[in-house]
Design a binder for this molecule. Structure first.
Ligand SMILES: [Zn+2]
Length: 250
């Protein structure tokens, strides 16, 4: 894989895991001017998208939230910092529920960038020890609570598991599994079906990524839906595309 990043551009780009080979968004997203999109996956699980610009091109970051009887749980913070509060407001307006917890699937800006804000307003934030250690090492706000991997958490009638299958996009990337729905929120560990390359991998481990993904597939042989960290998420080609990119195919 040829790196598209010169060493000096890395600092600008650090903390993002999108696919640079994908020059822009799909036509439907290009037409979209709203900074925050919220779409229903099922009655309990919603996907939200925020945007950011790298070298003049706008990219989308996907994240999800889960509606429980006790409140709403965010899995990853908005990438666009102007949307940290509007996301809470939209959730309150749409579901009449507060956000009671915020999890991050790895330490980068498009996942954990909102920790400082949510910590400041008193919403508990959660990450694995590895993610918190990386946040600390990179002088970023850490989660206020540590989360265990491979453990089913049940909150307000809903459950989820954070799992770590090894390094890939980053050293700490975890995925979120929703067992009732067999839905996998892959974060940046999983590429979109339309991704043209692996994106920003300087903080990750490409050699480990493929065996890590194989461990995920062994653990979850039946998956109804896979949410990638960036770009198109409604079709079914995410895992195949990620495997192809890791094998060097296109
Ligand atoms: Zn990342």
């Amino acid at each position: 894989m040829i790196s598209l990043f010169s060493p000096h551009s890395r600092a600008t780009f650090a903390g993002v895991c999108l696919s640079i080979g994908l020059l822009g968004l799909s036509p439907s997203l290009q037409a979209q001017e709203k900074p925050l999109l919220i779409e229903k996956i099922n009655p309990q699980l919603y996907l939200y998208t925020t945007f950011n610009t790298f070298e003049g091109t706008k990219y989308a970051a996907n994240a999800v939230y889960l509606i429980t009887k006790k409140g709403v749980i965010l899995f990853d913070t908005p990438w666009d910092s102007t949307q940290y509060q509007p996301l809470l407001d939209s959730i309150k307006q749409k579901h009449n529920l507060p956000v009671i917890a915020v999890y991050a699937t790895h330490w980068h800006e498009d996942r954990a960038g909102g920790f400082a804000y949510y910590n400041r307003i008193g919403i508990p934030t959660y990450a694995t020890k590895m993610t918190n250690d990386l946040l600390k090492a990179n002088h970023k706000a850490q989660a206020t609570h540590l989360v265990s991997t491979n453990k089913t958490y049940s909150v307000g009638g809903q459950s989820f598991v954070l799992n770590f299958f090894g390094a890939g996009h980053s050293m700490d990337n975890v995925v979120v599994w929703f067992p009732e729905y067999k839905i996998l929120d892959g974060g940046c560990f999983i590429k979109s079906s339309e991704a043209q390359d692996l994106g920003f991998t300087a903080d990750g481990d490409i050699k480990s990524w493929k065996p890590s993904l194989a461990r995920l597939l062994a653990k979850y042989p039946e998956i109804n839906m896979v949410i990638p960290g960036h770009d198109a998420w409604k079709d079914k080609g995410q895992i195949k595309r990620t495997e192809a990119l890791l094998t060097g195919g296109h």
